[in-house]
Each structure stands twice: as C-alpha cells, then as structure tokens.
Design a protein around this ligand. Structure first.
Ligand SMILES: Cc1cc2nc3c(=O)[nH]c(=O)nc-3n(C[C@H](O)[C@H](O)[C@H](O)COP(=O)(O)OP(=O)(O)OC[C@H]3O[C@@H](n4cnc5c(N)ncnc54)[C@H](O)[C@@H]3O)c2cc1C
Length: 453
C-alpha cells in the first residue's frame, strides 16, 4: 500500500485481515494522512493528541496487525510493473538515506491529493499559502505563518483550518467562501466532517471569526511579504462585483479551492485516467472493484477523485479486499458476500460527497482575478498574458500552450499551475473545464478571458 491516510490504512487492514503480507509505505512520520494527521488540533477537544489517540478506533487497529509492516517517513519515488506482474517500488527515507526497492505482487495506490489553488495577483508573495500548508505547519511544527490572517477559497476544508488557527491564537479576520449561496447544507453533509462541523463553527464563534459567503481574496499586495489582501464580493459565477473591492490588513492569507489527485505513481505505472466533467483535474480510472487499468494495481481515496475521508476509508476496505482476491486469498463467492455491505455504504457516502461537490463547484469567474502580469507557473515564471498570447495565436490544448510558454514544464510538473491552465483553456474554448462538452448557460458559456490588465 502506498499512502497511510484513511484509504491506505483501510486497505492495509482489509488485506492484512485476509492473510496478505502488507507493506504500508508513507512519507509521513505517523499514520493518518491529511485527515488524521498526528498531533492535529481539534477545536473543543484539547490539544496535542498522541498519534495513537488520533486515529479513529477502526483504523487504529493497524498498530496491532502483525501482517502489516509500516515504513514511515519513506517516500516512493518510482514504480514499474514487469511482464511477470511484479511491481517494483523505489523507496527512500524522506530525511535522506539510500534508495532501496520493495517488490510486490499487487499494490494499492492511496496517495491522496494536492490542494487546488487559482492564481491571483500577489498569490506568490511570502505569507500567501494553501490552507492545507498552514494546517500542516501548525499540526506538525506548531508554527503559524501569520498573526492576522484571512482563510479564503471554497470547500469544507476552510472551516477546520480557520478553527485550528484561531485555537492556536491567530487572529483570523474572516473565512471567505467564494460560493455565494450559503453552503451550510452542503457543509453539514460533508462526509467525515459532520460530527466535527459543529465543533469548527463553535470554535470560530468563540473567537469572533465571521464566515462570509460570496467573498474572495482577489489580490494580495506587499513588498517583502503580503501586507494587504484585496477582498471582493462575488456574483454567482465568482466574478467580482463592480465597486466591491476593499483592502484588508493581514500578514498571511491561506487559500484552498479543493483537491487535485496525486497522479505521479499511477502515471508511472501506466494507469488510465478519468476526467470528471465538473473539475479541471483528472483522477485515476477504476472499475467497481477499484482495480485500475493495470492488472494488480488498485487505487483508493482522493487519488480516485473521491471526496471526503469516509469515502476514502470505505474505498480502502474495498480495494484491500479486491487485492486479497487478486492474490487468491479469497474465493469469488466470499468476495461478493464480503463486499456487498461495503458497496452499499460506499454508494451512500459517495452521494453525500457528490452533493457537496455540487454546492462548492468551481466557477469560471475566477478567470477575472489574475491580471496580465500575474505569474501562473511559479517554476517557469510564466505570466497570465503569455497564456493569453498563446491562445490568441491558436494554441487550444495544454501541450500547444506549453510549447510556447513552458507553463507547467518546471520542477513541480504542473502540479500547481496545471489545473488553472486546463481550466483557462477550456473556458476560452467554451468547454466545460476538463471535458469536451460545450459549457451550458449555467456554467457560464464561452468565457471572455481578460488576458490583459
Ligand atoms: C487541511 C485539510 C483538512 C481536511 N479536513 C477534512 C475533513 O474535515 N473531513 C474530510 O472528510 N476530509 C478532509 N480533508 C480531505 C482529506 O484529506 C481527505 O478526505 C482524506 O484524507 C483522503 O484520504 P486519502 O487516504 O485518500 O489521502 P490522504 O489522507 O491525503 O493520504 C495520502 C497519504 O499518501 C502519502 N503519499 C503520497 N504520495 C506518496 C509517495 N509517493 N510515497 C509515500 N507516501 C506518499 C501522503 O504522505 C499521505 O499520508 C482535509 C484535507 C486537508 C488538506
């Protein structure tokens, strides 16, 4: 198993319970992934939990299972599957040490997702980070980026991040959710978060942090680091309302617009991808048993585009069980019997996640936030105006734009700017981001991109 978040842990448990010898590899220092990060602060529940207390009881059982060997602080850099079906993983310590290999007959990829952010003027200033980065720094190092901050973007991740920061003594000026309709119903339905939502809301209320819907940080300004954020009120498709921009003094801004599946290892193994119609980012394609297009390679959790920790965990149990069947540890009848209740719960959790995705769907008005000089690709320093020039010169797909601008060809391999580039190209062509379908009226139709300031 690669990844010890809820998906990888559940997969390891399911496969281990069925007698498979499991190697669980994760770059983190303890099991839990993003959701159950060791040392996480839970508003209203005190601070600094020990890792063992941190996992829900079902997943904490991982520590007792003898069949599971956990390689923590270990990263998988490369993966190859040979003609005999053996998958070789190249692993190395995240704090140095020689690279070595692990050979397995089957693998579950549960590598999670990276955060999705849209570019705006000043997003590359020191002090502007993703919401997840602010959370991870706080959880792992007890470090805060700023003392007076805004948490902005869209999706349920904003609330726990803001609550944790407020609990840690940071002055959170506001949480800005871009979607104008109050997302309360959707947030309440957020899988895996429902029991916590009340806690986050209570923590924010206790610290006097307002949650404003239909607002966004559309620019950051400062010399050495961010000193001011420009806040705008948005219309339904996230276009800034004329005359609504106002400055707010801050020393940090934390943004997040959802997640983008971590596809490096699936790509290395040649797994097919699927492009959700509503998102500008692809995910690993899986069948109903969570098998990818490559025999012996399974996937679970956020890497499949799934939303929420509950879905990730349920997928993990299914993928681990499928792996055991693949390794002939489970006859077909027993597999069907064992997975039936799991599939029903998964279907239910998926429906809730889809509802939330709908509430917090990405909207094209963000394309009006960058100005011509905004850096879109930080690695290659490509500016927004260069993308515009490439499109006006006839480029209509990512490769064509990259050939002219080098956008996304730097060290992070488009991990940060790729979704923005894809979205911008789709919008310019009047397509639903990430699909070949024309945008409907509800999705904004052809979007007149404002390439120049
Ligand atoms: C700040 C924050 C708050 C969140 N809050 C909530 C919430 O309240 N409720 C909710 O439902 N969801 C929340 N989420 C989303 C949550 O992360 C996912 O729902 C869930 O964690 C997905 O589980 P996963 O196992 O698929 O991936 P993850 O939990 O992301 O785990 C993936 C693991 O894979 C490891 N990994 C990746 N690549 C490699 C590699 N090459 N080698 C070794 N290890 C690797 C990573 O270290 C990581 O531990 C939050 C996310 C963030 C960032």
């Amino acid at each position: 198993m690669v990844g010890a978040g809820p998906a990888g842990l559940a997969a390891a448990l399911a496969a281990g319970d069925l007698g498979c010898e499991v190697t669980l590899i994760d770059a983190g220092h303890g099991p839990g992934g993003q959701m159950y990060h060791p040392g996480m602060l839970f508003p209203g529940r005190g601070r600094a939990h020990r890792p063992a207390e941190h996992l829900p009881p079902g997943l904490a059982r991982i520590r007792q299972l003898r069949q599971v060997r956990h390689l923590a602080a270990t990263s998988v850099g490369r993966a190859v599957r040979d003609q005999d079906g053996v998958v070789t993983l190249w692993v190395g310590g995240t704090e140095g040490g020689a690279e070595t290999t692990v050979e397995v007959r089957a693998v579950v990829l549960a590598t999670g997702a990276a955060e999705l952010v849209w570019p705006f003027p000043g997003w590359d200033l020191p002090g502007v980070t993703t919401a997840g980065a602010a959370q991870a720094l706080l959880k792992s190092q007890r470090v805060t980026v700023g003392r007076r901050v805004l948490v902005a973007g869209s999706g349920p991740v904003l609330l726990p991040v803001a609550a944790s920061l407020a609990e840690a003594g940071v002055r959170v000026v506001a949480v800005l959710e871009a979607t104008p309709a109050p997302p309360a119903g959707g947030l309440a339905a957020y899988p895996g978060q429902r029991p916590e939502t009340g806690g986050y809301a209570a923590a924010l209320a206790r610290h006097g942090v307002p949650v404003r819907t239909g607002y966004a940080v559309v620019a950051c300004q400062g010399t050495e680091r961010v000193e001011r954020a420009v806040i705008a009120q948005l219309n339904q498709d996230w276009r800034p309302r004329p005359g609504s921009r106002r400055p707010e003094t801050v020393d940090a801004v934390h943004v997040s617009f959802g997640f983008s599946p971590a596809l490096e290892l699936p790509r290395a193994l040649g797994c097919a991808e699927v492009q959700p119609a509503s998102r500008p980012v692809p995910a690993v394609a899986c069948d109903a048993d969570l098998a990818t297009s490559v025999p012996g390679v399974f996937a679970a959790g956020a890497v499949t585009g799934a939303g929420g920790a509950d879905v990730a965990e349920l997928q993990g149990y299914l993928a681990g069980t499928s792996t055991a069947r693949y390794l002939s540890r489970l006859p077909p009848d027993a597999y069907t019997e064992r997975t039936r209740p799991l599939r029903a719960r998964l279907e239910n959790a998926r429906r809730l996640a889809a509802d939330l995705d709908e509430v917090c769907s990405l909207r094209p008005g963000w394309l009006e936030w960058p100005d011509s000089g905004t850096i879109i690709c930080r690695c290659e320093q490509t500016r927004w105006s260069e993308i515009g020039a490439a499109v006006e010169g006839g480029a209509r797909d990512v490769r064509a734009v990259q050939a002219v601008t080098r956008c996304g060809l730097g060290d992070c391999r488009a991990c940060v700017c790729g979704p923005a580039l894809q979205y911008a190209l789709s919008a310019a062509a009047g397509m639903v981001p990430g699909s070949a379908r024309p945008a409907s009226a509800g999705q904004g139709g052809r979007h007149p991109l404002r390439w120049t300031a």
